[in-house]
Design a protein. Structure first.
Length: 80
């Protein structure tokens, strides 16, 4: 297989605040060589009904942030 892979490593689900946040490390890697291309810590706001939907929205929010230009900014900042 070739291409770029992405992994979300969940660090913390924090519901001490009124709404709750999920903190994760987002890691991009080359599938063939298994080298890490980019790694950053991000957070997303929890929302929704039920335990599963409440916490999965932290990942969904992070994906929306990356689609909104965060990924391009990270590449620009850390690219060699």
């Amino acid at each position: 297989m070739t291409g770029t892979g992405i992994v979300f490593i969940m660090e913390l689900f924090d519901k001490t605040e009124k709404k709750g946040y999920g903190y994760m490390h987002v890691v991009f890697f080359d599938i063939q060589s298994k080298n890490v291309l980019l790694s950053t810590r991000m957070s997303g706001k929890a929302s929704g009904f039920g335990k599963r939907n409440f916490w999965i929205n932290t990942v969904y929010g992070t994906l929306k942030q990356m689609g909104g230009g965060v990924y391009k900014g990270l590449v620009k900042k850390y690219a060699k």
